[in-house]
Design a protein. Structure first.
Length: 344
């Protein structure tokens, strides 16, 4: 059975990707320091797939600890690197924490891949690298703009570090996936997004407001140059996103890469506004949401959505889940969390 290492595998996107990898027949080893996730996620993965992934509680910035994992799992054929700090506004307040955590962990990984001839890397990047595109939908060849946050900058620098490394060391292959906005949860409601503290992202704030944890959702601005004035994003179901990682790994295992590294936009190609998502959430789940239009949030871009043609054609991957499935699965997950909280 081909072994895949997943750093950040108890996180939101990581855990959904572990499920898809296991169901595609791969053996998975999770590396995670649990700084922004819970070890209970392993139970959720097991409950879905019937297979408990190997788990190494390790911080990717700890070179020695990482080296021990590489020695123990020298037979792994690919690494998917999710482990990173990802809160945009926190990165503005704590830039060095973000540069150290996100870049040192990546450099450790790349050094160890070379030393232990671990051939393939899938890197978690973000549409944040495009900033506010001048032309939409945004393609992989759209200009990379000066990042508005240290978080976004770590993704841009990370892509550059990978590109320079694979050009210098032909034995390492990499695929860079630029995510749009991951939302929703596995249909089982056994895994999902576990935001720490007050959610920064839209969907968890919507579901926590609907269930009564938050008093009201603030919609950050309705004076943008969009049909209803609120910002537009490309919301992609996290399971669709997870499946893109499996096909990226398989592309490298089968030696199908046409260049090294390759970069793909992983989005639906459809832009939805905040107010459209809010309305859809209420209609599909038959719940009413207390929200108020307030001022713009600093750093928000106005509108972005993907041109995912290259991923569709080259990876043979396409997002299939509807916005109805997104809001329904997000709500089902929040209801499940409430049940757990009441049981404890
Ligand atoms: C989406 C829209 C907000 C919360 C960020 C990162 C990106 C990725 C996803 C990590 C915006 C509006 C939000 C709220 C609101 N993260 N909003 N009220 O900012 O597009 O992307 O998270 O990889 O890299 O940049 O996502 O969910 O925070 O915001 O009105 O309480 O929802 O203004 O228009 P964003 P988001």
């Amino acid at each position: 059975m081909t072994k895949i290492i997943v750093t950040g595998g108890t996180g939101y996107i990581g855990s959904h990707t572990v499920v898809e990898l296991q169901q595609a027949g791969y053996e998975v080893v999770i590396i995670d320091n649990l700084s922004n996730s819970s070890v209970d996620v392993l139970q959720g993965i097991f409950a879905i797939t019937g297979v408990m992934p190997s788990f190494e509680k390790i911080d990717c910035t700890d070179y020695q600890a990482m080296e021990s994992v590489f020695k123990k799992h020298a037979d792994a054929q690919a690494i998917i690197h999710f482990a990173a700090s990802k809160a945009v506004n926190e990165s503005v307040e704590k830039p060095l924490l973000y540069y150290r955590n996100n870049l040192v962990s990546l450099m450790n990984l790349l050094e160890l891949m070379a030393t232990y001839t671990m051939p393939n890397l899938v890197f978690s990047s973000s549409c944040t690298v495009y900033g506010q595109p001048d032309i939409l939908p945004v393609t992989e060849n759209s200009p990379i703009k000066v990042s508005l946050s240290p978080y976004g900058n770590t993704k841009q620098i990370g892509e550059e570090i990978i590109t320079d490394t694979v050009h210098a060391n032909k034995s390492i292959h990499a695929i860079i996936l630029r995510y749009f906005n991951p939302v929703g949860a596995h249909e089982s409601a056994l895994i999902g997004e576990l935001p720490n503290g007050v959610p920064q992202n839209l969907m968890p704030f919507v579901t926590q407001t609907a269930i009564g944890i938050r008093e009201k959702l603030s919609v950050f601005g309705n004076d943008y140059d969009t049909p209803d004035g609120s910002c537009i994003r490309d919301y992609i179901h996290v399971v669709d996103l997870a499946k893109a990682h499996v096909v990226a790994v398989e592309r490298m295992l089968q030696g199908k890469q046409k260049q090294n590294p390759e970069t793909f936009n992983v989005g639906t190609g459809v832009g939805l506004s905040v107010l459209e998502i809010v309305q859809k959430f209420q209609d599909v789940n038959n719940v009413s949401l207390n929200y108020q239009i307030v001022g713009r949030r600093a750093g928000d871009i106005e509108k972005v959505w993907a041109d995912a043609t290259i991923a569709n054609n080259e990876l043979g991957w396409k997002a299939t889940k509807s916005v109805e499935e997104i809001v329904q699965s997000a709500w089902k997950w929040e209801l499940q969390l409430q049940k757990k909280r009441k049981a404890n």
